[in-house]
Design a protein around this ligand. Structure first.
Ligand code: ARG
Length: 565
């Protein structure tokens, strides 16, 4: 609407371009000041005129074209020209737009590919809450981009290579068995790995042996790779359980190991471009001119490392997917790592280094306590999800024991609650996880938004689902309360665009809470099913539009909405 207004206003206001108007036009928080306001202070400076005089002239110029502009009323307040939209036209425009396919959202990403690297847990380690965050944020960014027409390639860059696997093989051979690993899964691998870390300082031979096993892996030794592969399989079973609960899948599982054989070509290229220097036997890229520590490419024993495998992966992705952007969702602590990687790509002469984006997020704590492996205070993602489902089921038993399909509903609520809680605050902020905040049915939570959806659906069911009125008198929606809702609905497309472009699903989560709150106010203050026919029809259409937007928005956060709860 703002765009439309500015386009038309630019045609009638001399000396003001569309772009200038887009910069200038505001949407006042106080509705009494108009739906749009044009402040004339910067213009006053340029034109050396009193802003109030300019505002009056502007009002006169625009008044002549009221109907073309979709404006019903204009006012001058000080240096402002305030515009009140024609509510009927506006409402019709918004509700018709959202009724179109894809809720009227333009596919601005058509023809562009975005590679997304997220989740990417480490083999033989538990899938903890930190990985839950990258998984949830990454998946929402995937859905947001897809909604806008981008082709998204979802890549799980598993941490499946490194010296730790040499240690694990030694530990397995010494302290575990096939049966034990099969039975206990990752827990057993974590147990023996911890044991190794404890024993190694006392027994240097262990380190030697571990090193030897890793060398074997790097030399493609059959036995070594078979054990490693099996550890990977065991781990994947557990990761898949989490992905299934969250309804998440990937286009590629290409772990770090996949890029090992691509590192030699990288080294050759770096040598050719004279970017490699030796440092204590290792090969590095000197980044001191950029105030960064050197980027390690090979270790002194010639082996590859996290950094070189990541650079090789990025070159591989560019060559195979010709991406418009390549996004990485990881914890904030990896910021330097990605700066180094992207700098290396730049130094290699690739202009597209600017299309690579690290999307960091903050730490997770539990009831105020920091989570770490060392003090054993690790929270498994799977346990959190299960607990959330269990608590949701308890709440249903207490509040609505006759609800059909309780189990399925409790899954949607429990999982939705965890996801929403994770996404509600800016991703860079730390998240403190407290069950009360997560599962509350009031306030800024997933269940609150889901409940609002269920409420809207229940109204539509009572109205008779098939009976959506075809002919609507939009004049019935021009009062403040329904019209506020219409204005919020208008902002949906912009919200989706912003959330995708800023890599910030919280923008959408906050929007959904605002929409839900406005809907609930409307629900409490305006009778729907008992209203006179014309009003009832119009309100039903509004309810239907709200329910569509909530469902669509939740889906973009990877949350499902139960029809009843
Ligand atoms: N496996 C890493 C971790 O758990 C995350 C990998 C992120 N992706 C990447 N291409 N480096 O911290």
């Amino acid at each position: 609407m703002k765009k439309l207004l500015c386009k038309k206003a630019a045609e009638v206001l001399e000396g003001l371009s569309y772009e200038q108007l887009m910069d200038l036009v505001e949407m006042p928080a106080d509705e009494k000041m108009g739906d749009f306001a044009i402040p004339c202070f910067t213009l006053a400076k340029v034109q050396r005129k009193n802003p109030a005089v300019i505002a009056v002239e502007m009002k006169e110029a625009l008044s002549v074209h009221k109907s073309v502009l979709g404006i019903s009323q204009l006012e001058n307040v000080g240096g402002y020209c305030n515009l009140f939209v024609d509510r009927e036209t506006f409402t019709q425009h918004v509700l018709e737009k959202i009724s179109r396919p894809n809720l009227g959202i333009s596919p601005i990403g058509t023809g562009k590919t975005v590679c997304m690297d997220y989740s990417s847990p480490n083999i033989a380690k538990n899938f903890h809450v930190g990985h839950l965050r990258t998984t949830i944020i990454g998946n929402s960014l995937y859905k947001l981009h897809e909604k806008l027409g981008y082709k998204v390639v979802r890549i799980n860059h598993l941490g499946d290579w490194g010296t730790q696997f040499g240690k694990l093989i030694v530990a397995y051979k010494k302290w575990s068995s096939k049966e034990q690993v099969e039975q206990e899964g990752i827990d057993e691998l974590m147990r023996i790995y911890a044991l190794f870390s404890k024993e190694a300082p006392k027994n240097p031979k262990l380190i030697e042996e571990a090193r030897a096993w890793f060398v074997k892996m790097e030399q493609n030794d059959r036995e070594a790779l078979a054990i490693w592969d099996w550890f990977k399989e065991i781990s994947m079973v557990e990761f898949e359980r989490v992905y299934e609960m969250l309804g998440i899948s990937f286009d590629y599982y290409l772990g770090e190991s996949f890029y090992r054989d691509k590192v030699p070509a990288l080294i050759e290229e770096l040598q050719e471009k004279q970017l490699l220097v030796e440092s204590q036997g290792a090969q590095v890229i000197d980044l001191s001119p950029y105030d960064m520590p050197p980027c390690l490419i090979t270790k002194s024993d010639g082996g590859t490392i996290y950094h070189s495998r990541d650079i090789a992966a990025l070159l591989y992705r560019k060559a195979n997917h010709h991406f418009h952007k390549c996004l990485y969702v990881t914890g904030l602590e990896q910021t330097l790592h990605f700066k180094q990687i992207f700098k290396a790509i730049e130094l290699m002469g690739y202009h597209w280094h600017a299309d690579c984006v690290h999307i960091p997020y903050g730490l997770v704590s539990m009831d105020g306590a920091k989570l770490s492996t060392r003090n054993g205070n690790v929270i498994y993602a799977e346990d959190i999800l299960k607990e959330a489902i269990g608590r949701a089921l308890e709440a249903i038993e207490e509040k609505n024991p006759d609800l059909p399909c309780k189990k399925a509903v409790s899954e949607k609520i429990g999982i939705g609650a965890v996801i929403f809680h994770d996404l509600y605050n800016q991703r860079i902020k730390n998240v403190d996880f407290s069950w009360e905040d997560v599962l509350s049915f009031e306030g800024t939570t997933g269940p609150y938004v889901q409940y609002t959806y269920a409420r809207a659906k229940s109204i539509l069911r009572k109205n008779g689902m098939q009976n959506l009125p075809s002919d609507v008198d939009y004049r019935c929606l021009v009062d403040d309360i329904p019209f506020t809702l219409v204005k919020i609905l208008m902002g949906y497309e912009e919200t989706v665009c912003n959330a995708a472009q800023k890599y910030e699903p919280s923008i959408l989560a906050k929007y959904l809470v605002t929409l839900a709150a406005a809907f609930n106010r409307f629900y409490h203050e305006c009778p729907i099913l008992n209203a006179a026919p014309a009003e009832r029809n119009a309100r039903i259409i509004l309810v239907d539009t709200v329910q569509k937007v909530i469902k669509d928005g939740c889906a973009l956060l990877s949350m499902e909405c139960p029809e009843e709860m």
